[in-house]
Each structure stands twice: as structure tokens, then as C-alpha cells.
Design a protein around this ligand. Sequence first.
Ligand SMILES: Cc1cc2nc3c(=O)[nH]c(=O)nc-3n(C[C@H](O)[C@H](O)[C@H](O)COP(=O)(O)O)c2cc1C
Length: 446
Amino acid sequence: MHLGAFVHETGQHVAAWRHPGAHFHSGVSFADAVEVAQTAERGKFDFLFLADSAAVSLAGTPESRGRMGKVVKFEPMTILSALAAVTKHLGLVATSTTTFNEPYTLARQFASLDQISGGRSGWNLVTSNNEDDALNYSLEQHPAHSDRYERAIEFAEVVNGLWDSWDEDAFIRDKESGVFFDPSKLHPLHHKGKHFQVRGPLNVACSPQGRPILVQAGASGTGRDVAARLAELVFTAQTTFEQGKEFYGDVMARLPRFGRSSAEVLVMPGLYPVVAPTESEAREKFDYLQSLIHPSVGIAVLEHTIGVHDLDKLPLDGPVPEMPDTNGPLSRQRLLLEQAKRDKLTLWELCLANAGPRGHVLTIGTPSQVADEMEHWFKEGAADGFNVMPAWLPGSLNDFVDLVIPELQRRGLFRTEYEAMTLRDNLGLPRPINRFHAARLAGAAQ
Ligand SMILES: Cc1cc2nc3c(=O)[nH]c(=O)nc-3n(C[C@H](O)[C@H](O)[C@H](O)COP(=O)(O)O)c2cc1C
């Protein structure tokens, strides 16, 4: 089983920063970030995972805005580069959007992080779910869902091509002869497409792990096709085991269309665990954080998660209204509306359900109960592992590392030591074949 530590500054729960033990300076304190990364490494997590968006929401009332604990954060590539220096084995996965970046810049950043960390970087490809991000990138409105995905596919092809710019053995660095590299082992890309024109090659050397790991998060039909086409690791939000199993089977079934097999792809749903030595203590922990949610924050965060506005004008104890499809997080909107219908939730009950897990699977209980749930998903074809979402930091991450990891290890489900130095090798994913080598081999075989 593979595990990511999916951390938000202060914690995943909307009221995390109010917990007496919480890192409430997260997003400002480097020391807090170091503590979290080193705890994840102590737990032998495969990687640390950072989500991202590039806007502070100005929606809602000033009162609700002033209560939000997660408004400022470090830019992911910057903080992960710093964390690379204080960790040895932990993979470093940053979310970066194809909607507002240029592929050459992004390819450089991740290739550099890969060199700095000795082959531990991963790129979580997203198309941006936060409609406000567009306002910071010279646009009046968020590009349409389908346009974002079209750009994303070409974007990723360019990035992958740039990552193949240098052969592994391109550098000779022979002081005697004065030859630094073999020019026949350097490959310009010469890409010309609908969105991008990139000559290449990349001015960063070949990745120690072949290429950074390509993660993808996006779960609509189009999102699943993009996952099947490109992703080595699929991050997904699923509320129930049945949904998880359907998603897993569906993504795997799409792979052959893109010439790929299940050995090349891992599916890792988010998991929001609340764990304590006894079930009643775990329930108390869960209830305590829930009790700290201010109504205006609960509503504002739900609006953000499902990409809609003006829910604060509706009665909290009334039903969840019908609403049009969002141009933002479409799959998440559908997931949460389905959850509301299935569990017959009022608007406020949906806010409460969203406040920590945000549509990811919730599990509350003893280490053994949490491990049972994880084992069930893992063994019954719904997950290759989980992106674990600590409710508040550092407490919930410590709980998971101290209570659940030993139980998973006892069951032989999780490593007791890192197997390798690179993220790719720890994940057991195959090294990609450099496209220029593949082309040369194909030419030689003819
Ligand atoms: C599990 C998951 C995590 C995501 N994380 C981010 C994120 O951190 N930042 C972001 O801008 N978009 C994120 N997205 C948004 C997607 O890239 C995409 O824009 C949005 O979900 C709409 O596509 P979909 O309907 O195919 O899911 C995430 C989506 C999913 C499903």
C-alpha cells in the first residue's frame, strides 16, 4: 500500500487553526512545515502532497472571510525545494496548473526539484478548480472546463517531451579533453501545437528518476480520460467504497485505449482519518473540531468546494437546493450533491460533512478500525493506497504515524523502511522510456 501525506496549512479541517495544539502560523512558519515533512518521513510516507490555488477568495461577508484559517500559504515549488534539504526519502508532490502556466517553465521547475531532491519530485497536474485564479492571470473569467482539459493534454505532452531532452549519459565532463557533453544525446523538441510552440531542449539535466512522477486529479469523464492518457498516479475524491471501486475500475478500463496497462498507474483516493486508542475518544476528537466551525465559514467553504455562490442566502436547516453545473470543480460538486441526496442532508449538515473530508472518505475509530477500512479498499480493488488528510497539524499526522502506520505494518500492508531513494522506485512505478531513444530504437529495427 502506498501513502501520501496530503497536508494543508494548519490542517485539512476548516477550523483546524482553532485547535489548541494546532500550527496556526502555517503558511508563514517554515519550522512548522519542516516538522510536518519530517513527521511524514518518520512514518515512511511515500510522499508529501500539496494542493494549490492562486487566489484569496473575496466572496462572502467580511465576517466570514476574517475567520478563514487557510488564506495564506507558501508557493508549493518554493516550500518543497526547501523541504528537499531537510528530508532524505520523502517524495515531494506539488500541484501546478496547466491553465495559467507555460510548459517550459513548469518542466524546468519540476526537473530542478527532482535534481535538488535526488529524484523525489512529482507534479500533480490540475486544470484549476478555483474560478478566482483566472482574475490573477489577466483573464476576466475562468476558461471553460473542456478548453482547460484540451490545453492540459497538449501542455503535458510538451512537459514530458522536455523532460526527455537529455539522455542519462549525455554528460561527459572530461576536463582533460574539454568535452562537457555529447551533443548527440541532447534532443530539441520542436513542438508546434494549438496552444504551445516550444523548441526545447530543456536547460535542466535528465531526471534522476527518468521523469518526475505525473500525478493527476480531475474526475469527470474528461478528467478520467486525461488520467488514463497521462497519469502515473491518480488522486481522487470518493465518499464511499462503492464509488471508489467504480472509479478504480473505470480508470483502469480506459488505459488500453491509450496503449497503457495497470502496471503503470496507481489510484490513490483521499482518506480523512480520525483515530484514537478507543472509538469513543476518536468520536470526541471528531466532534470537537466540528464544534469549532462558525456557520459563515461552513457555508463559505462549501461554496468553494462545489464552485457556487449565494448559499448563505438560504436557510441552513433547509434542503440542499438544485444547482447548475459549475465551471470549476465539477466532479466534486456532483459527488457532494449525491452525498447530500443519499444521506438526506440539510444544507448545514452538508457543510458539516464537507468541513474536513470535502468529499473524500471519512473514517473514525481505533487504529484497527481505520486499518480495516484501508485494507478493505486496498484488497478489494478500490485503491492502491491513500492520500492521507490530517485534520489538524501536527496532532492528526502524529496520530496516524504513531497509531495507524504500526498497525498497517503489523499486517504486512505497509513498508517498515524505504525501499529506494527515488519516489518512482518507492512507488514501484516503471521508468519511462525516453521518447527519443524509443524513436531511435524503432528506426534501428526497421
Ligand atoms: C482530488 C482532486 C484534487 C484536486 N486538486 C486541485 C488543486 O489542488 N488545485 C486546483 O486548482 N484544482 C484541483 N483540482 C481540480 C481539477 O484539476 C479540475 O479543474 C476540476 O476538478 C474539474 O475537473 P473534473 O470535473 O474533471 O474533476 C482537483 C480535482 C480533484 C478531483
